[in-house]
Design a binder for this molecule. Structure first.
Ligand SMILES: [Zn+2]
Length: 83
């Protein structure tokens, strides 16, 4: 599976349930999802660290903070100082 962001809890579960063998993540600076859990379940995780995707996500977050920070998954994974 190829994703722009690190997978959220729901997508992580879907990858495990459907036995996806590899998850290729565009960038994980904006958000870190279930990467460790995927690895624990034997799924290969590749993080490209694509700067274009990081910039695209930062632009989206800057322009849509209410939408981005309304996500329970995003809020749960923010450092406590940013909640
Ligand atoms: Zn998701």
């Amino acid at each position: 599976m190829y994703t722009t962001l690190s997978p959220c809890d729901m997508c992580t579960g879907a990858c495990v349930m459907y036995k996806v063998s590899r998850v290729v993540i565009g960038e994980n600076k904006s958000f870190v999802g279930g990467e460790e859990y995927l690895k624990q379940r034997g799924i290969e995780v590749v993080v490209l660290g694509n700067k274009e995707m990081t910039g695209m996500m930062q632009k989206y977050i800057d322009e849509n903070p209410r939408i981005w920070y309304a996500s329970p998954t995003v809020v749960t994974n923010l450092p406590s100082t940013q909640r």
